[in-house]
Design a protein around this ligand. Structure first.
Ligand code: OGA
Ligand code: MN
Length: 289
């Protein structure tokens, strides 16, 4: 059966029919997945039993360059021995639930703020592939919004006023918002990156608001005005009525386009239930014409 995508939300997001992605090597199928990502921005693939190696290898077939300097890896080593695989789980290297004050929980907790992956580096993140290895028996959803639709539905005068604005994104900023502290050496290493507030997704040609919890200031604007603008835009983009909520099943693989979406994890009883998720992210390196 050819690969098909069934919409699961009025505006974006789709579920693919049965396919085992670790067997997908042919360029035509890989191209059809990229094309579907241009259309839907979030795609759900069910029943993807993949090893870490298969997860990484498929990611590279889908989209060349892996993001290997992941945010957590600058702060602590991950337990996979491969920095291309981000540990989004709540267990330590012994396989036990992390203590509440474990510094590695910082990433998980911070994922509850609306964000797009790796906006604080340059080039920023393009696709993320999040695999649900161990899914808890309670709801622990991931929520998504479509930032192309967010741009399209702005008041025209406001939309026009955003033209040409740049935003500084910093992981230190987003973590500090929640009260996490960084040494001076860490702050010196995590300088952040500047990106346009409105980006054109190269492969689809669509314009999208590019925001995240990491968005710390509008370049050349007074700090308060810039933060108020970012806050207003975040509120617009994350209206309750436009959210896609993903309810995880074991072995779900979600692929999303970070240029076109924001996402956040939702709270659950993470001191009582294991949730082990593995993520790869690719870098948005421009394709030459
Ligand atoms: C991520 C992320 C949210 C979640 O892996 O990038 O934000 O629900 N995850 O685990
Ligand atoms: Mn994320």
């Amino acid at each position: 059966m050819p690969l098909q995508f069934e919409p699961i939300h009025p505006v974006f997001a789709a579920e693919a029919n049965a396919i085992d992605l670790q067997d997908v090597h042919d360029p035509a199928t890989l191209a059809s997945i990229r094309q579907a990502l241009d259309q839907y921005a979030v795609i759900v693939f069910r029943d993807q039993k993949m090893s870490n190696e298969a997860h990484i290898a498929f990611t590279q077939r889908l989209d060349g360059t892996l993001h290997t300097q992941t945010s957590l890896s600058v702060l602590s080593k991950n337990r996979f021995g491969n920095e291309a695989l981000t540990d989004v789980g709540n267990v330590d290297e012994k396989g036990e639930l992390m203590a509440a004050d474990d510094r590695r929980r910082m990433g998980n907790v911070s994922n509850r703020l609306w964000h797009t992956d790796a906006s604080f580096v340059n080039p920023p993140g393009r696709y993320s592939l999040l695999l649900g290895k161990v899914v808890p028996p309670v709801r622990a959803d991931t929520e998504f919004v479509d930032m192309r639709a967010a741009y399209d539905t702005l008041e025209p005068a406001l939309r026009d006023s955003l033209e040409g604005l740049d935003v500084h994104h910093s992981i230190v900023y987003s973590r500090q918002l929640l009260g996490f502290e960084f040494t001076q050496a860490e702050q010196d290493r995590l300088k952040g990156a500047v990106h346009p507030l409105v980006r054109t997704v190269q492969s689809s040609g669509r314009r999208a608001l590019y925001l995240a919890s990491h968005a710390s200031r509008v370049v050349d604007w007074p700090l308060p005005e810039g933060r108020l603008l970012l806050r207003d835009l975040m509120e617009h983009a994350t209206r309750e009525s436009v959210i896609y909520r993903h309810i995880w099943r074991p072995d779900d693989l979600l692929i999303w386009d970070n240029r076109a979406t924001m996402h956040r994890g939702r709270p659950f009883a993470d001191r009582a239930h294991r949730r082990e998720m593995h993520r790869t992210t690719t870098l948005d390196i421009p394709q030459s014409a």
